[in-house]
Design a binder for this molecule. Structure first.
Ligand SMILES: C[S@@+](CC[C@H](N)C(=O)[O-])C[C@H]1O[C@@H](n2cnc3c(N)ncnc32)[C@H](O)[C@@H]1O
Length: 221
């Protein structure tokens, strides 16, 4: 069977730095595209509190990494999907990690641009996404060689639009978020102001929309 990339694991120090650079926060959703032995997924769930998915085409690696996840008691936070990453919906991701090849990144680029929301972070070990401008490029020295980490952020903004209606909101967190919804602030800016995640703000905005206080989330690319 033909695979797009062979299995070469990312050293642990590099994995940790990738996740730190992406600022993975508890409850955020991460996908590792081509997850190998599951090390990125496992560390993201165990050390960073993420809900982590790996996508791995090789059945043996899928089975091996799922067994490790179960042994570590992480099955509620981590899961491997045995499929090709070209076929898996990744639109709910907050963070994508990959260690592939520049040519494969190039083929994945249209999918990433189509499915990922603005402000999603994409971290690539050693191989660039050509045509994208990285926010950070870092070199990490590990035993016998140095590794490059490229951090990208999907451009654009998601802006919640207030409906102008006034309805009493009792939940203090929803109230705080509602006060920042002015049709200008993006989900990311609101999250930064409140020290929380975009995912948290998006979930709160959905509740406010159900209560008739927010009309829509406008996506500006
Ligand atoms: C270089 S390894 C990286 C493994 C892991 N992400 C890490 O950094 O340690 C790339 C992995 O991608 C898998 N792979 C290759 N083509 C794939 C595809 N189309 N869909 C899913 N996985 C794929 C390979 O089997 C391999 O395990």
């Amino acid at each position: 069977m033909y695979y797009d990339v062979p299995f070469v694991p990312t050293p642990e120090v590099v994995v940790r730095r990738m996740l730190q650079l992406a600022r993975v926060r508890p409850g955020e959703i991460l996908y590792d595209l081509g997850s190998g032995d599951g090390r990125i997924v496992i560390m993201a769930a165990k050390e960073f509190g993420a809900v982590a998915y790996g996508v791995e085409i090789r059945k043996d690696l899928y089975e091996q990494s799922m067994a490790k996840i179960k042994d570590l008691g992480l099955a509620d936070k981590a899961r491997i999907i045995n499929a090709s990453f070209f076929d898996v919906d990744i639109s709910d991701a907050d963070v994508i990690t990959m260690y592939l090849l520049t040519s494969v990144n190039e083929r994945l680029k249209p999918k990433l641009e189509k499915e990922l929301r603005p402000a999603t972070r994409v971290v690539s070990h050693d191989f660039e996404v050509s045509g994208w401008r990285p926010v950070v490029v870092e070199e990490v020295y590990e035993e016998w060689r140095s590794h490059k980490i490229y951090l990208y952020k999907i451009p654009g903004k998601e802006i919640p639009v207030p409906s102008g209606k006034s309805v009493d909101v009792n939940d203090p967190k929803l109230k705080q978020i509602l006060a920042l919804i002015d049709g200008v602030n993006s989900l990311e800016e609101i999250a930064q102001k409140l020290g929380t995640t975009i995912r948290d703000v998006r979930n709160a905005v959905k509740k406010l929309a159900d209560a008739g206080l927010v009309d829509e989330i406008k996506v500006v690319k």
